[in-house]
Design a protein around this ligand. Structure first.
Ligand SMILES: C[S@@+](CC[C@H](N)C(=O)[O-])C[C@H]1O[C@@H](n2cnc3c(N)ncnc32)[C@H](O)[C@@H]1O
Length: 196
């Protein structure tokens, strides 16, 4: 399973944002929508072996949305459709337990610490510009359950950095150029595909 975890520091936890102005009204949920597209959408289909965790920190109560490729339905390549699916998930009353919104989309309260705990059996890889060169990773070792952790336009806070390193994540770089999170996911999917 390929897991991608993206932390949205300003991303809203409420469904009352406008689909007409996603970046301006949702705390940059558009970044997370593009990350979802990059993780799942291939030509004429959806990757089944992918799971995405969106950590939403832009509300009174932190929420996480999980999208599971095996059962994911209604995902189209456009940002607006993805945002509409996330809007529905945010309208579901969230508790500490996962609650299903639409097929393959779940929501709960809690943030990065809980996600890292969920993924403790996976190989954790924190993608950061100054990490170890991705080409030095033994490709075969990536065939196992792996989780790739990414920041949004603001990167990660020092507290999150500590949490991630405390969870045992390796810090890995896709090169010195700072890329958008969704572009990093495309590159990671490509890397995993060619070494599968
Ligand atoms: C737009 S970048 C964040 C930019 C910058 N780090 C900052 O603090 O504003 C979003 C995320 O993509 C990932 N990322 C971007 N470029 C990368 C690279 N060259 N190698 C590995 N990860 C990268 C990191 O996880 C980063 O937090």
């Amino acid at each position: 399973m390929r897991n991608f975890v993206i932390v949205g520091h300003k991303a809203t936890t409420e469904p009352n944002f406008s689909l007409e102005d996603i970046p301006g009204t949702s705390g940059r949920l558009d970044i997370l929508c593009r990350s979802v597209t990059a993780a799942f959408v291939i030509s004429h289909g959806i990757r089944k072996d992918v799971c995405v965790y969106l950590v939403l920190l832009g509300g009174d109560v932190t929420k996480t949305i999980r999208l599971q490729g095996e059962t994911l339905r209604h995902l189209n390549p456009d940002e607006r459709t993805t945002a509409a699916l996330l809007k529905k998930a945010l309208a579901v009353p969230a508790t500490l337990e996962w609650a299903m919104s639409t097929s393959g989309i779940f929501v709960r309260t809690g943030g990065l610490a809980q996600v890292l705990d969920d993924l403790k059996a996976a190989r954790l890889i924190y993608l950061r510009e100054d990490g170890a060169d991705i080409r030095e990773l033994v490709p075969g070792a990536l065939a196992e359950d792996a989780a790739f952790i990414l920041g949004d336009h603001t990167g990660m806070t020092p507290e999150e950095e500590t949490m991630i390193s405390g969870a045992g994540a390796e810090v890995v770089s896709l090169g010195p150029t700072s890329l958008h999170a969704d572009h990093c996911i495309v590159v990671m999917n490509w890397f995993l595909d060619i070494h599968a």
